[in-house]
Design a binder for this molecule. Sequence first.
Ligand code: NI
Length: 134
Amino acid sequence: MSLKRFGVSLEEDVLSELDQLVERDNYPNRSRAIGYLVKKSIVEQKWNSDEEVAGAVVVVYDHSKLELHKEVNAIQHNYNCLILSGQHIHLDEHNCLEVITVRGKAHKLIKLRNKYKGLKGIKNVELVMSGTDD
Ligand code: NI
């Protein structure tokens, strides 16, 4: 992939925030930070589309609620065509963390995430998606 140069004009305060972002997230330079933000924005636009993306659903719940434990599992069986793997971590006496790696059409992954969001007693659900093309 060849690099192209172009000029960017930013307001002073936006440039200052960009520099803070470069520092905070450890980018080697402003160009890499801007490139990352553009790609991220493009991936997010694909979220409601038929685009194929890969990612992970992260779920935190209280395992002592037995029904919840069963429901979290049942969703994984029902959506096995989207799920690549699952990892269960016992966080502490009560809380479990499931990291479910997924691949499929973006809108289907959102539907899967929303199934978890709809369960009563779930503490947190996050979906991270990444494009699979360059
Ligand atoms: Ni557990």
